[in-house]
Design a protein around this ligand. Structure first.
Ligand SMILES: Nc1ncnc2c1ncn2[C@@H]1O[C@H](COP(=O)(O)OP(=O)(O)OP(=O)(O)O)[C@@H](O)[C@H]1O
Ligand SMILES: [Mg+2]
Length: 371
C-alpha cells in the first residue's frame, strides 16, 4: 500500500463490490461451508440469506464464492432476473472451463455430441437446441463430477419470478438425481413475505434461512486501527471508539466512515473531533440517499405515520404506547406491525415490543419531523 489510489480504495462505500477485507460473519460462513460437506440434499446445502440494504448480502455471496471455489466447487453467481437460467449455465461453462483445458476438441464426424458436449463444457449443437435448463444442468453436474467438482449456484436479489420458479424446480430434481449441487440465495427480508403465495415461496421457506445482522464493532474497531495505521493516519483510542461505535455494526456504514476518515484526514495527520463530525455528517448523507430513502419509498403513508410515531416515542416501543400515540381513530397497529416486520424495517425483540431494525432510521425520521 502507499500510492494514492490504493489508499483511497481501502474503503469502498459502494454496493455490490468485493470489500478489500471481509470482516466478521465467521459463524454464518462456517455453517454454510459445513453444509457443503454434508450429503447432497441436506438442508444446509440450500440456504437463504436475508438482510436489509447495505447489510452485506452481496459481499457475503462473493465471500462464499471464494471459499466454495477453494473447497472444490465451481460457482455460478447470478441475480434473479428473467435470464437467470441461461446465465447460470454460462457461468458454469465459463468458470468450469479451466478444468477442461487439456481436453482436445473432438474431431467432427466422430460421435461427438452423444454425451451432450462437443468439447469441454460446450454443448453439442443438438444438446444446445434440444435441452432445457434442467437437462443442461444435469449434464454439467456429471461433467464437473468427473473432475471431482461440485456445482454451487449463488442467487442475489432473490424474488419470485418465473425464472426463479424454473431454477427452484430444477434444483429439486437435480438433488433427487443425487447430483452434487448446492444453492445459496440472498434477498431483502420481504423476499419471503407471507403475502406471496407461490411455489417459489415454498422453496424459499424450505431453505435454511439465515438473517444477516450487524457485525461486531470490536472487529470493526480493530480493522480501522490496522487500516489507518497502514496508511499513516494517526488516531487516538477515543476516536477509534467513536468511529467504530458510529457504524453500529452496519457494514455499509463501516465502509462509509472509513472512507470519509481517509478523505478528510491529510496523510500523516491525526483524526480530530472536528474531522469526525464532518465524517459523520457525510456518512449520514449517503445513508439517506442509499438506505433510508429506498427503504421508505415503497411504504404507504400510514406505514410512515406508524414509523414516525415509533421514532417520536424512542427506544423500545410498546404496542400500548404506540396505539396511544396513533390515537384512538388512528390506524390499527396489527397489519402495519406485521408488514413492517416482514419488510425488515422494524423488529419485535419481545412480545408487545418494537424497535427499528435499520440503524439511524429512527433519527432520520425524527429529523424529517422536525424540519
Ligand atoms: N462483512 C463485510 N466486511 C467488509 N465490508 C462489507 C461486509 N459486508 C458488506 N460490506 C460492504 O458494505 C457495503 C454494502 O454491502 P453489500 O453491497 O453487500 O450490501 P447488500 O446487502 O447486498 O445491499 P443491497 O440490498 O442494496 O444489494 C459494500 O461496500 C460492501 O463491500
Ligand atoms: Mg446487494
Amino acid at each position: 500500500m502507499g500510492d494514492q489510489e490504493s489508499i483511497h480504495s481501502l474503503f469502498q462505500p459502494t454496493f455490490g463490490n468485493r470489500p478489500v477485507q471481509y470482516i466478521g460473519r465467521d459463524g454464518v460462513i462456517e455453517q454454510f461451508m459445513e453444509g457443503l460437506s454434508e450429503p447432497v440434499g441436506s438442508r444446509n446445502r440450500c440456504t437463504l440469506f436475508l438482510g436489509q440494504r447495505g447489510m452485506g448480502k452481496t459481499a457475503l455471496l462473493l465471500e462464499l464464492s471464494d471459499r466454495a471455489s477453494n473447497a472444490g466447487y465451481v460457482v455460478a453467481r447470478v441475480t434473479a432476473h428473467e435470464g437467470m437460467p441461461k446465465a447460470i449455465i454460462e457461468q458454469f461453462q465459463l468458470n468450469g472451463s479451466q478444468y477442461f483445458k487439456d481436453e482436445k476438441r473432438k474431431v467432427s464426424g466422430m460421435t461427438a455430441g452423444v454425451l451432450g458436449f462437443s468439447f469441454g463444457l460446450t454443448f453439442s449443437d443438438a444438446a444446445e437446441r434440444q435441452y432445457g435448463f434442467r437437462s443442461k444442468m444435469s449434464l454439467l453436474c456429471d461433467k464437473l463430477a468427473e473432475k471431482g467438482k461440485g456445482a454451487l449456484i449463488l442467487i442475489d436479489e432473490v424474488r419470485t419470478s418465473s425464472a426463479m420458479r424454473e431454477v427452484a424446480a430444477a434444483y429439486q430434481e437435480l438433488v433427487g438425481d443425487r447430483k452434487n449441487i448446492a444453492i445459496a440465495m440472498a434477498g431483502l427480508p420481504h423476499a419471503v413475505s407471507s403475502v406471496l403465495n407461490d411455489s417459489v415461496l415454498t422453496f424459499l421457506n424450505r431453505a435454511t434461512k439465515v438473517e444477516l445482522g450487524t457485525i461486531s464493532t470490536h472487529l470493526i474497531r480493530a480493522y480501522y486501527e490496522r487500516s489507518f495505521k497502514t496508511i499513516g493516519i494517526k488516531v487516538s483510542d477515543e476516536i477509534l471508539d467513536r468511529a467504530a461505535l458510529d457504524t453500529r455494526g452496519f457494514p455499509y456504514l463501516m465502509q462509509l466512515i472509513g472512507y470519509y476518515v481517509i478523505q478528510y484526514t491529510p496523510t500523516g495527520d491525526a483524526v480530530t473531533e472536528a474531522i469526525m463530525e464532518k465524517v459523520e455528517k457525510a456518512a449520514m448523507g449517503d445513508m439517506e440517499d442509499n438506505v433510508f430513502k429506498p427503504i421508505l419509498a415503497p411504504l404507504s403513508d400510514n406505514d410512515k405515520l406508524f414509523l414516525k410515531a415509533m421514532a417520536r416515542i424512542g427506544g423500545t416501543v410498546t404496542t400500548a404506547k404506540l396505539q396511544a400515540a396513533l390515537g384512538e381513530n388512528g390506524p390499527a397497529i396489527q397489519p402495519y406491525r406485521k408488514r413492517l416486520i416482514e419488510a425488515g424495517v422494524i423488529e419485535a425483540p419481545r412480545r408487545g415490543e418494537l424497535v427499528f431494525a435499520v440503524p439511524y432510521l429512527s433519527e432520520y425520521l425524527l429529523d424529517e419531523l422536525n424540519n
